[in-house]
Design a protein around this ligand. Structure first.
Ligand code: ADP
Ligand code: ZN
Ligand code: ZN
Length: 850
């Protein structure tokens, strides 16, 4: 079947272009262009990148009015069909554009930009010149060199010899001949064209291989005279090895020059070739290999349920609720092994900060070269190569953060999502997708299994699993309560800091934690101190007049950065040197509340002279690999205390850590976010899980000013069940998820009065529409379908980059299509105003309410 027309989504982000455009498929691309192909197409006066959504024999459009596809960018489409379908689903589910969904699925290396090329008219690829082009105007002109000045001739000759040069290259070579070059283009002698250029190329290395053998080789070896002794050595070496060697290897092993090798190739005894290689971020690293452990009875149950679905090739989602150290990872490994043995592939999703070398080692150790790893610390090229290994079927397991959910496997059998409750699985930029929902959707497409694992499942997942009867797609709850090591969960003590204060202790350490640290120092055991980053901001305040340094363009306080000694805005990047006197009152008592961790570090040094503290926070982990180095140092016991923020709470496993201290457990509890209790509970449970994972028993101190808060009490008792019961009650009363769903709509504009009017129009319009559909009304009534609109109110950060922000929160329940309603209303608001600077952003199932 020949297809003449391709429907293409172009990479031009605007509302008008969020639909496919028709392009003709040129004959030479027949059979090459597929669904998911990346193409360069003319769009207006530009050449842009696009993705083929579908192929057709004809289109409703007049073929003469359609433009042809200009170039096909990859031999193998970067997007398999299922991902193209998935993008359509994402665009509906998250109210995002198709192009943003498609772009999220491919590595940054393939986000090509058009580049301008210059060639001699009619000479681009000489043997491809079509007969009609003969005698064309351009050729005639070129045939009359007298029409060209000497300088012009030189340029034309240069371009002709090069075949094609970039505009940049040409202007760099002839910096003072812009006029001539432009004239040549105007007269049609040179042609300007555009092509999409990828950001990263495949990497190649030069390799050398002997191309003679047997008698021929004997002859060849005899032919070298004394002078060519070195060439002979090289040939001998190549023949001995009998396989291609990198040029570098040959040069360094034999200590010969490249000239020597090229002489050999000139004589036809060897050839040098560019061979494609994969950049391997873990090259040269040995991974301790590991064997499957004999499953505990709890693991056996989970393993059985999951493999049943795998063996049946059916769809199934499991919520694996297992305490820290209960052996969840071992279950992941063994189910993945089964998946691979069935000839299918698996994706493992891990929160970015848990993607530590130890984590990678567990997977590489079990599956070796079958694993591709994708994380943000890789270079663009490394990421691209890991991705290609997946696309080309060279690996069977992909492990990575959020975006690895799009790993383009052909026959996906299993998706594991570890720590499924983590907010980092939700992308905060467009497309604002949640990897958990995407994982479930992909599993449905592939008839695959999903394991959502956590010691503290999100309330959404847990609630869905418990009310499974109402929903076939809800996860099946599986539990693991025991640790295979037999080690017990550590004893957790809540320390009431108000009492400390009453007793005259003004230090940030309670007496109990202080004693705990001293005794660990004596015994040579280790301590982890955790500080909740949220709430410990690093702003600058004048203690005389109360002035706080704020960003002039965003209504938010500036953050102090010690290294550069400046103040920076985290939203727009505005930066100023840190002042030494207060700009308001001139007082010198202007204090930098350095990062919370720095203060704790200072205090530790005062209280325990000589203590070795390893501090891990945003300031000490900016460099690539620093995170890893700090942890390694702590593992080697080069530190008595590991002090840090969220980073120390995750997945770390140190045998000599017997004490964990939480400096201030409640800093996040006062946040205006309905998930703050859940977040606090998850964090404390996780931190508490760091102590006593091995032989030595562990102890945890949680310091707080709110010791009676249920999230703190239940975390100290390792009691997920009680916490969830209490929290679900609150959520139900207030109609928060999981009892309703949310859509956060943020409108922004530079002019406040106009913005306010538009925000009110939007909300009013939405209310009216919902009313007509019979949805609008009080969620308190027991209607199955209900929708409520809160706001507009100023956003928690009311101004960013000089744009004011207002938000509306849509709360709804039932199977109604609220996303579509919001999307339509937003589009209508924008159409009415016709002011391109009004922006409306839609966040479906928002995680960040700040
Ligand atoms: P989780 O992922 O739930 O935190 P892990 O899979 O990391 O738990 O297991 C915790 C510890 O228990 C690890 O040291 C692991 O090697 C060990 N372990 C897991 N499963 C078994 C088993 N079946 N038999 C013995 N040890 C096990
Ligand atoms: Zn002041
Ligand atoms: Zn700012």
């Amino acid at each position: 079947m020949t297809y003449r027309v391709a429907k293409v989504i172009v990479d031009v982000p605007s509302r008008e272009t969020d639909r496919p455009f028709d392009y003709l498929i040129p004959d030479e691309m027949q059979g090459w262009i597929e669904i998911g192909s990346r193409v360069g197409v003319p769009f207006g006066r530009r050449t842009v990148q696009g993705f083929v959504l579908s192929l057709h024999q004809e289109s409703g459009m007049d073929p003469r009015r359609m433009k042809p596809v200009q170039e096909l960018l990859d031999l193998m489409p970067p997007l398999p069909r299922d991902l193209v379908k998935l993008a359509e689903w994402m665009s509906r589910k998250y109210a995002c554009s198709m192009i943003s969904a498609l772009q999220a699925m491919i590595p940054a290396a393939l986000k090509g930009k058009a580049e301008r090329y210059i060639s001699v008219s009619g000479f681009e690829g000489e043997d491809e010149v079509e007969p009609e082009a003969e005698g064309s105007r351009a050729k005639d002109l070129f045939a009359i060199p007298t029409m060209l000045t000497g300088e012009e001739e030189e340029i034309v000759a240069y371009v002709k010899a090069s075949g094609q040069v970039t505009m940049d290259h040409l202007s760099g070579r002839y910096p003072d001949r812009a006029g001539e070059i432009k004239g040549l283009i105007q007269r049609g002698i040179l042609t300007e064209s555009q092509m999409i250029k990828d950001k990263v190329r495949k990497k190649t290395v030069k390799t050398v291989v002997a191309v003679v053998s047997g008698e021929e080789a004997e002859e060849a070896l005899k032919s070298f005279s004394g002078q060519a002794r070195r060439q002979k050595e090289v040939l001998q070496f190549l023949l001995e090895v009998g396989a291609p060697l990198t040029l570098q290897e040959v040069l360094s092993t034999l200590r010969v020059t490249a000239g020597t090798v090229s002489k050999l190739t000139e004589k036809g005894f060897a050839v040098i070739e560019d061979v494609e290689v994969f950049r391997d971020p873990y090259q040269g690293r040995r991974f301790k290999s590991s064997e499957p452990l004999e499953r505990t009875p709890e693991q056996e149950v989970v393993f059985g349920k999951v493999t049943e679905v795998l063996d049946d090739r059916s769809y199934g989602v499991f919520l694996l609720h297992g305490v820290t150290g209960s052996g969840k990872t071992e279950v992941y490994l063994q189910t993945i092994e089964r998946c691979i043995s069935l000839g299918r592939q698996a994706i493992v999703l891990v929160p970015e900060i848990s993607l530590t070398p130890q984590m990678v080692e567990r997977f590489k150790g079990r599956f070796g070269g079958k694993v591709a790893v994708m994380h943000s610390r890789l270079s663009t090229g490394e990421r691209y190569d890991e991705w290609r290994k997946i696309r080309e079927g060279r690996v069977q397991v992909a492990i990575g953060a959020r975006s690895a959910v799009f790993a383009p496997f052909a026959d996906l059998g299993l998706i594991v999502m570890d720590e499924e409750h983590e907010t980092s699985y939700k992308q905060e930029e467009t497309p604002k997708y949640h990897a958990r929902d995407v994982a479930v959707m992909r599993a449905r497409q592939h008839e695959a299994a999903v394991i959502l694992g956590s010691a503290t499942p999100s309330l959404e997942s847990y609630h869905a699993a418990r009310s499974r009867a109402d929903d076939d797609f809800a996860p099946l709850l599986l539990e693991m309560k025991q640790r295979p090591s037999g080690s017990r969960l550590p004893g957790v003590h809540i320390v009431d800091m108000r009492e400390e204060l009453r007793d005259g202790n003004r230090s940030m350490f309670s007496r109990a934690l202080h004693e705990g640290i001293s005794s660990r120092l004596e015994k040579g055991e280790q301590t982890v101190l955790f500080l909740n980053r949220r709430g410990y901001s690093t702003f600058v305040m004048c203690r005389t007049c109360g002035y706080v340094a704020g960003c002039p363009e965003c209504d938010i306080s500036l953050t102090y950065h010690q290294k550069s000694n400046n103040l920076r805005c985290h939203y727009c990047g505005y930066a100023v040197p840190a002042p030494s006197v207060c700009p308001e009152c001139g007082s010198e008592h202007i204090r930098y509340f350095g990062t919370g961790t720095q203060r704790v570090e200072g205090e530790l040094a005062k209280l325990f002279p000589g203590i070795r503290v390893i501090r891990m926070d945003v300031d000490t982990t900016t460099e690539k690999g620093s995170h890893e180095k700090l942890l390694q140092a702590f593992r080697e016991k080069k530190g008595d205390v590991l002090l840090g923020t969220q980073m120390v709470a995750k997945g770390l496993d140190f045998p000599d850590v017997t004490l964990v201290g939480v400096i201030a457990a409640d800093t996040a509890l006062n946040f205006p976010d309905f998930r703050s209790a859940e977040k606090t509970f998850q964090l404390l449970t996780q931190v508490a899980g760091r102590a006593g994972r091995h032989q030595l028993p562990g102890e945890v101190f949680i310091q707080t000013y709110m010791p009676e808060h249920y999230s703190i009490i239940h975390a100290s008792g390792h009691d997920y069940g009680s916490f969830v019961r209490e929290e679900l009650n609150h959520r139900k009363t207030l109609h928060y998820p999981p009892y309703s769903r949310l859509i956060l709509v943020t409108l922004s504009h530079e002019q406040l009065p106009l913005l306010l009017r538009m925000a009110e129009n939007f909300a009013g319009d939405l209310r009216a529409k919902a009313q007509r559909l019979g949805w609008y009304g009080n969620l308190d009534r027991f209607a199955e379908e209900a929708l409520d609109i809160l706001g507009p109110v100023a956003s928690p950060i009311p101004r960013i980059k000089n744009r004011y922000r207002f938000q509306c929160m849509v709360k709804y329940r039932g199977p109604l299509d609220a996303v579509q309603l919001v999307r339509e209303t937003a589009a209508a608001t924008l159409d009415n105003l016709r002011d391109a600077s009004l922006q409306i952003s839609i966040d479906v199932d928002p995680q960040m309410l700040m």
